[in-house]
Design a protein around this ligand. Sequence first.
Ligand SMILES: [Zn+2]
Length: 77
Amino acid sequence: MVDLDHCEVEIPCPRCGFYEPVTLKQIRLDGVLICRGCKGNLRLIDHMHEVGKARQAIQRQLDALAELAHRTITLRL
Ligand SMILES: [Zn+2]
């Protein structure tokens, strides 16, 4: 099963523009990280819980797809 929390995206630091890889889980949980470019603290905010909602919607579709893939297929000739 795919866990979308481990998917990474790169976001630019608003101070120096250095791109930092972050996981969806870090964003979803409003994590804090240190920019490797300017060493400033970056606070991640999942505004209006949009990342969490998108993750749930995609996860539901992936689970439905996995269920279909595991069903027995009957072919009539
Ligand atoms: Zn920076």
